[in-house]
Write a protein that binds this ligand. Structure first.
Ligand code: ATP
Ligand code: MG
Length: 441
């Protein structure tokens, strides 16, 4: 992209994005490229509203250009060479007086969806035509924001000496002992898709000290909710010499930074009440509440829920807690029995684990904890959960090589995007979602 004004028109490549044109450019010839969102014909004059990834520009056509424009289907891709001029339009600061219009690729006359969003389509129809759906600025903005947030996350971790890693997604045995793994033929043996990088990232702190990974998890769960997919992106981190409360501090700091970035990006539709000034100031300046699991149970009982200490929190319970504590809050110190074998117990209360979840209302965003680094305790925890040492042999041996104490967490990126963009279906925040009934496009 160039933001300088061209002095001669001897090329047919784009000189500006639509949104870059300002009054400073008046009198200069520029080239823009994009798709025809709208065409208005008032007889002697016509107007093409040209959209590109950055926004919209109004272009004015006369004579032969107008005749040509009448026959170009909407959504076709064109290159427009024109002179920037002042405009009477209230919606634009300048417009383009078209000198030449070059058709790059014609769109078919009947399209599966209307990407301007004026004619609404249901989500399934939109997902079937996702590439076109992204021409709708509301949709596109979610993914531009998502890309920006990935940058924020990478900066956040590298500023704190975390090393970005890529662990394998094709694995040879169950990673965490769960049964929800996709399996497939792998030459003469069986392969699985990783349900999380948990064991690898723990092994890596042995030498790398602090690691993070942004990668897909695969879960063969037959769920039909608005917050579960079978392939989703997670931001995972693991750090030596930190305990779970320090990880909570990091997560909180990172989420606040992402909130500020999101507001500044002006990308999302600010119908999302999260970004109203007062709410936003509260969220970014006050600590997120931290509520112990035990106190959640007491609270739920007061609210009339039938729940006992030791039970997992049902959707109904999480909804009630979400109403009570609102927005972001941590639930910490879960019963050890509810947690996977690699979670550390509290020294002064071994039935309780050093673990936490970050919630946004009913929605779980992050799970984390201090990990067990004592190999003999790790082995007894495996046994207690009915898992064999043999199948975790490769993992366990690493703990004999001087494993530092460590903690970490996994954050569901697609769920975080739901919160930021104010949508209630995770499928809106994933380009090509995979669920029990959708495996294409
Ligand atoms: P849930 O209880 O909501 O099913 P979980 O406890 O099974 O989630 P974890 O194993 O803790 O999930 O995964 C870490 C994070 O990944 C979760 O906190 C959540 O944000 C996200 N996540 C988990 N499962 C899914 C899924 N099926 N689809 C999308 N995101 C998910
Ligand atoms: Mg969890």
């Amino acid at each position: 992209m160039t933001s300088t004004i061209p002095d001669k028109m001897n090329s047919t490549s784009r000189t500006h994005y639509a949104s870059q044109l300002t009054k400073e450019h008046i009198g200069f010839e520029v080239i823009v490229a994009g798709w025809i969102e709208d065409f208005r014909d008032i007889g002697k004059l016509g107007f093409i509203m040209l959209r590109d990834v950055s926004g919209l520009v109004q272009t004015v056509l006369k004579g032969e250009n107008l005749l040509l424009a009448r026959n170009i289907p909407r959504q076709s891709n064109v290159l427009i060479i024109g002179k920037v001029q002042d405009t009477k339009s209230k919606n634009f600061s300048v417009e383009l007086n078209v000198g030449e219009i070059i058709i790059l690729s014609e769109a078919s006359l009947t399209l599966p969806i209307d990407p301007t969003g004026r004619v609404e389509s249901n989500l399934d129809t939109r997902l079937d035509s996702r590439a076109l759906d992204l021409r709708n600025p509301k949709v596109l903005n979610i993914f531009v924001l998502r890309s920006g947030i990935l940058g924020v996350i990478r900066d956040f971790f590298s500023e704190r000496n975390f090393i970005e890693v890529n662990t394998p997604k094709i694995i040879g045995s169950a990673s965490e002992g769960g049964s929800n793994l996709f399996s497939f033929d792998y030459f003469k043996t069986k392969g699985y898709l990783a349900q999380s990088p948990q064991l690898y990232k723990e092994q890596l702190v042995l030498s790398l000290d602090r690691v993070f990974e942004i990668a897909p998890y695969f879960r063969a769960e037959n769920s039909h909710t608005l917050r579960h997919l079978n392939e989703f992106q997670s931001v995972d981190m693991e750090a030596a010499y930190l305990d779970y409360t320090a990880v909570m501090d990091l997560v909180e700091e990172m989420i606040k930074r992402i909130l500020v970035f999101t507001k500044d990006s002006k990308r999302i539709e600010f119908e999302n009440p999260l970004f109203e000034q007062k709410t936003f100031e509260n969220l970014t300046s006050k600590p997120f509440p931290r509520i112990r699991y035990e106190d959640c149970i007491t609270e739920l009982k007061k609210l009339g829920e039938k729940v006992e200490f030791g039970e997992d929190l049902s959707d109904a319970s999480l909804k009630k807690l979400g109403e009570k504590f609102d927005k972001f809050f941590f639930i910490l110190d879960w019963p050890l029995d509810l947690k996977p074998f690699y979670i550390h117990e509290k020294e002064d209360d071994p039935k309780i684990s050093k673990s936490f979840d970050l919630q946004f209302g009913y929605l779980e965003l992050v799970s984390g904890g201090t990990r067990q680094h004592d190999i003999s305790k790790l082995k007894s925890r495996l046994e207690a959960q009915g898992l064999s040492h043999q199948s975790f042999r490769d993992h366990l041996r690493v703990f004999e090589w001087g494993m530092p104490p460590h903690s970490g967490c996994g954050l569901g990126l697609d769920r975080l995007l739901m919160v930021l963009s104010g949508v209630n279906n995770i499928r809106e925040t994933v380009l090509y979602p995979r669920d029990t009934t959708r495996i294409s496009p």
